[in-house]
Design a protein around this ligand. Structure first.
Ligand code: GDP
Ligand code: MG
Length: 301
């Protein structure tokens, strides 16, 4: 490690669905964080670690800040964000091009009081039909707060992702690396296995159901050549179970195949995956289930 090595944390925040997780994956160059068109896909604070010979940026992906659905699960997600903001060196505030509404105002009112520099990323510029609207939009947003930088980006095409990274580097303090150079995340393989399954569920199921689903990995054995995984999908009712399984098991088959592909790509070996659907009534409100499924509930009591 060189003497002038820089290392620090950059927290990605923003309303649900603006592209935070897609951005994280783009920064790291590998799919770590699951994404979908549905708001609230991300439930966990997840680290994505970018290491070079000169610096290490530890990106923190967070669930979207919002105030609907005040279930225990949602309180867990809010806490994940607020706790992250206490120790970061840069805040990456993500919005969608031409969209600045009440959730954005609300987030600004939280982060505007922190001393930490805030980069505003205007994402999804690839979707913009009329690019001329972008400059006046940037002007009006820039008037709201003294952002460290305002950068239009596209997490889909990778536009200005390098520029964003270059802007973050000087904000990092002189410090040795926290993680080893080859470590991409703070999470283990079991975590990603469960998340990849939850991603497929979120993508193919209707609007509400994804919030009623959790995935656990009951068995994960790696014999060197192949990994055998046994997982449970938890839902809240028999009816939901039927939907998840699908006609003639069609959904479950699709979910299994797609998840297995993601896992094989990440783990670099053959994966044998078995998934079962289980019913646990009202698990999103039950502290014991939340704990079992990995969501901390300490501040809820
Ligand atoms: P998050 O909730 O903020 O983490 O958002 P996600 O990363 O899950 O993305 C939400 C949706 O927006 C997904 O369907 C992404 O594919 C899509 N998305 C993210 N970034 C871009 C982008 O730059 N351009 C376009 N067109 N879509 C994007
Ligand atoms: Mg996300």
């Amino acid at each position: 490690m060189s003497e002038g090595f820089l290392c620090g944390y950059a927290c990605i925040i923003g309303r649900p669905n603006v592209g935070k997780s897609t951005l994280l994956n783009m920064f790291i160059g590998q799919k770590l964080s699951i994404t979908s068109k549905k708001p609230q896909t991300t439930r966990w604070r997840l680290l994505g670690i970018k290491s070079t010979a000169d610096y290490q940026i530890i990106f923190i992906d967070t669930p979207g800040l919002q105030n609907r659905r005040q279930s225990s699960l949602n309180r867990h997600m809010q806490r994940e964000i607020v706790e992250s903001l206490n120790y970061v060196n840069a805040i990456i505030f993500v919005i969608e091009a031409l969209v600045w509404k009440q959730p954005e105002e609300q987030i600004l009112s939280i982060i505007g009081n922190l001393k930490c520099p805030v980069l505003l990323l205007i994402n999804k510029i690839d979707k913009l039909k009329n690019k001329e609207l972008l400059l006046p939009f940037i002007d009006s947003i820039s008037a709201k707060y003294k952002f460290h930088e305002v950068i239009p980006v596209s997490a889909n095409t990778g536009d200005n992702i390098d520029l964003t990274e270059k802007t973050i580097i000087p904000l990092l303090p002189l410090a040795p690396a926290v993680f080893s150079e080859d470590q991409l995340s703070d999470r283990n393989e079991r975590f990603f296995a469960a998340e990849f399954i939850r991603e497929k569920l979120t993508r193919i199921l209707g609007a509400e159901l994804p919030y009623k689903i959790s995935v656990t990995i009951e068995k994960f054995t790696d014999n060197g050549h192949a990994i055998h995984i046994f997982s449970y999908i938890w839902v809240e009712s028999e009816n939901q179970k039927k939907i998840v399984i699908g006609k003639n098991g069609r959904n479950l088959k699709y979910i299994g195949e797609r998840s297995r592909k993601d896992m094989e790509q990440m783990f670099g070996k053959k994966v044998y995956l078995e998934t079962w659907v289980n019913v646990r009534k009202k698990w999103t409100e039950d502290p014991r289930s939340l704990l079992q499924f990995g969501y901390e509930t300490k501040a809820d009591s």
